[in-house]
Design a protein around this ligand. Structure first.
Ligand SMILES: [Zn+2]
Ligand SMILES: [Zn+2]
Length: 234
């Protein structure tokens, strides 16, 4: 009797484990399919425009994601797609400070990016960090290759109870990191490409625009960016 009971228990446990296993495969499959569908749509719709993907990393607030999409569309005139949310890469976790290494995340995104997109911007509310001069692990708001295909932005250091201000900060940091991807270094002018380090005051004092020097630098880079600049001026 005791044996039967335990056999029954094992069967139930096995069934539960199996159903969980299939459920997780199904989820992974649907994220993968959805990601591919979005990428295929981009391939068909945009031959002449730069395409960028927003990759939510353990982040599911669609109104913030749409706000970012809207800002990239308005400022850079890119084709913007929001990819299905994925977990922030575990291998980027930096245990001593309980945060994630931004350099590891942008390397991960570079490989994860579907080919149809030229750029990918990761977005999270987890704290992110990088090595900065004498600091081995320095908390940051965002990081992007100069130039390169990927960047990441975190809301962790942008927090405020003022919702309008929070939105402005998010837009500035996202456009700043994409500016790096487009080849722009930091700038000393009144411009969102100004180095912010960890200073939120600096971010707040910047305009939601880049200066003419930065726009000229973009112009020199290549023809497609010339086109962006042309649209920016309209
Ligand atoms: Zn920067
Ligand atoms: Zn500038």
């Amino acid at each position: 009797m005791k044996n039967e009971k335990s056999n029954h228990y094992h069967k139930v446990l096995l069934l539960l484990l199996l159903s969980n296993f299939f459920l997780s495969i199904a989820c992974k499959q649907s994220t993968k399919n959805l990601r591919q569908d979005i990428a295929n749509e981009v391939k068909q719709s945009s031959k002449d425009t730069i395409s960028i993907a927003i990759q939510p990393l353990t982040f599911s607030d669609t109104s913030t994601l749409n706000w970012i999409k809207q800002n990239i569309e308005n400022y850079y005139h890119f084709n913007v797609s929001i990819l299905p949310e994925i977990a922030i890469p575990k291998h980027a976790f930096y245990k001593p400070r309980n945060r994630y290494r931004a350099d590891t995340i942008i390397r991960f995104l570079k490989n994860y990016k579907p080919n149809q997109f030229q750029y990918i911007v990761g977005f999270t509310d987890k704290d992110i960090s990088t090595t900065k001069e004498k600091f081995p692990d320095f908390g940051i708001m965002g990081l992007g290759f100069v130039p390169g295909p990927s960047c990441v932005v975190s809301t962790f250091r942008l927090k405020t109870t003022d919702k309008k201000l929070l939105k402005e900060r998010i837009a500035k940091v996202v456009l700043h990191e994409i500016g790096h991807n487009l080849g722009l270094p930091h700038c000393k002018n009144h411009c969102f490409m100004h180095a912010a380090d960890a200073s939120i005051k600096q971010v707040d004092s910047e305009p939601l625009d880049m200066c003419d020097d930065c726009k000229m630098r973009l112009k020199k880079r290549n023809g497609i960016l010339n086109e962006i600049l042309y649209k920016m001026k309209k």
